[in-house]
Ligand binder design. Structure first.
Ligand code: BG6
Length: 511
């Protein structure tokens, strides 16, 4: 039988997200044979760039590594970066040519119905003779055009065939507080069904984030201790060793709470804390996620620490680390936007009452790291030297270098009867040598093709996430408190360490 074609449309094809993430991901999936047969790709954006012309011009120069032919340097910078990100190797050239053949581009405005009708015509040309095709629209767009684009897509670009489907993939920001997010959700739900909407949080596509459910619910050893009786605190950390990197203008409108904490970190927290779902069906899982979110009271001002990075005077002359957030020319002068935040959340249910869930995230810190650290209570009735006996910790390292390790106390090997802390270490690099870890976007895009919504955010989940953060965000937006300065490349403001200690986290000096 003739397979139904899939038409993947990238709205905002000339933008940063498309260039850095979506196109490269589509190429990798195509190269590895992970897309349905007969998938076509259409880029849509305002600029009058045509994929076809560009390909004709550049194909003779499609070498790896890219970069120094005179023709290339005359090309549009976007396309050059796009090709570089594709990482096409010499032996993949034929495959790459095939990929390009399946790509086309159409320029159009975001608020002109006629342009969307033209897009629909474009799609129709790629359908089967009986008019069938599944349609996927990836909105790699700024929020300002979401409204118009979704409206026009729903009016002019939906598949009409009853055996075919249309799916719309949306990226954060999903609004900037409860109200704006509710408006957006209301708008989307007036145009599409929940089954058609795929809200991406790319952290849900990461190996170790997906592993959380298996770790918890397929290991009796963990499932029995996963509660307030055994766990003293949970720390979820996200650190980046670089600043805004020219994205300062965008970042400043949102700040670190909206950029990372309210979505990526809260999703991780939810998976750490939720009850066991009835099954692994997307609805059962997301029902549990919503339930645990509903048990979290709004974050209070006394439970957060805000920071903003300043240039490091010890960094070498000309180094990026010399520049503070306010030195980024795209950041408004005197901005008080936080680039670091630590927040303590509580879950008011039988399992977790009283256990602090501490989330912290920041830019321009000392290292790149994302991890979950579960710290257990002290050993009751300890008989060993109290200074030596540390709390057990279970650490789930999301990146870099996926790992699960457990900090345990052991007898110091040898003639002594001393105790020392050591690790039971399951590092993926050595344990699963040679296993390819797909990028989060690869996994998530395959899910959209196959119609699996487990790793996508449902609208009620989103509403709860905003409820938890909206009051504090409004307070920060109106009162504009001064964030605590911290040096580029440091561990962040010391006040954050103090806040963790206040909440019963014992700092062992190793993270
Ligand atoms: C994005 C944020 O959602 O996640 C960025 O907008 C951040 O500010 C990025 O850098 C981090 O993603 P990853 O996968 O590199 O950890």
């Amino acid at each position: 039988t003739n397979p139904i074609p899939h038409i993947f449309v990238i709205m905002g094809a000339s933008g940063d997200l498309a260039k850095k993430k979506i196109y490269p991901t589509l190429w990798w999936l195509f190269r590895d044979g992970l897309l349905p047969k007969k998938t076509h790709f259409i880029g849509y954006a305002r600029s009058s760039l045509t994929m076809k012309d560009l390909r004709a011009k550049t194909e003779p120069h499609m070498k790896h590594p890219w970069g120094d032919s005179p023709l290339e340097s005359q090309m549009r910078p976007n396309f050059q970066q796009f090709c570089a990100a594709l990482e096409i190797k010499e032996d993949e050239k034929a495959k790459a040519a095939e990929f390009f053949r399946l790509n086309s581009y159409q320029s159009g405005k975001y608020d002109v119905p006629g342009d969307f009708q033209a897009l629909d015509q474009h799609i129709r040309k790629l359908q089967t003779s009986s008019g069938q095709a599944n349609r996927l629209f990836y909105l790699a767009l700024p929020p300002s055009v979401y409204h118009d684009v979704t409206l026009n897509l729903s009016k002019h670009c939906m598949s009409c065939d009853q055996d075919c489907w249309t799916r719309v993939i949306v990226e954060k920001p999903f609004g900037r507080d409860s109200q704006s997010s509710a408006e957006l959700s209301h708008h989307l739900s007036s145009l599409f069904t929940e089954e058609q909407i795929y809200r991406i949080d790319h952290y849900l596509g990461k190996e170790m984030v997906q592993n959380l459910m298996v770790l918890r619910f397929a290991n009796r050893m963990f499932s029995r201790v996963w509660n307030r009786d055994n766990i003293a605190s949970v720390v979820i950390t996200f650190k980046e060793p670089f600043g805004t990197q020219g994205r300062g203008g965008y970042f400043d409108q949102f700040g670190i709470i909206r950029d990372v904490m309210q979505n990526h970190l809260l999703q991780i927290l939810t998976l750490v804390a939720m009850e066991k779902p009835i099954s692994t069906s997307p609805e059962d899982i997301r029902n549990e996620k919503v339930k645990v979110l509903r048990c979290i009271p709004e974050v209070k001002y006394e439970d957060i620490v805000l920071g903003q990075y300043v240039g490091s005077s010890s960094a070498p002359e000309g180094d990026e680390a010399r520049n503070g957030y306010l030195d980024d020319p795209t950041v408004p002068k005197g901005s008080k936007t936080a680039t670091f935040v630590e927040a303590v959340l509580f879950i008011k249910n039988e399992r977790w009452e009283g256990v602090p869930f501490i989330m912290r995230c920041g830019k321009a810190l000392n290292e790149r790291k994302a991890e979950v650290r579960i710290q257990f209570h002290d050993v009751p009735g300890n008989i060993f030297c109290p200074d030596l006996v540390q709390r057990n910790e279970l650490v789930i390292r999301v990146q870099p270098g996926e790992a699960i390790y457990m900090k345990l106390m052991m007898k110091k090997p040898g003639m002594t009867f001393g105790v020392e802390e050591t690790e039971l270490d399951l590092s993926y690099g050595s344990r699963y040598q040679g296993v390819k870890m797909p990028d989060a976007y690869e996994r998530l895009l395959v899910d959209v093709f196959t119609g699996t919504q487990i790793h996508f955010v449902r609208s009620d989940e989103l509403a709860e996430a905003w409820r938890i953060f909206t009051p504090i965000l409004h307070q920060i937006d109106t009162e504009k408190p001064d964030p605590i300065p911290y040096e580029y490349g440091s561990r962040g403001p010391p006040a954050a360490d103090e806040l963790r200690e206040k909440h019963n986290f014992h700092y062992a000096g190793t993270y």
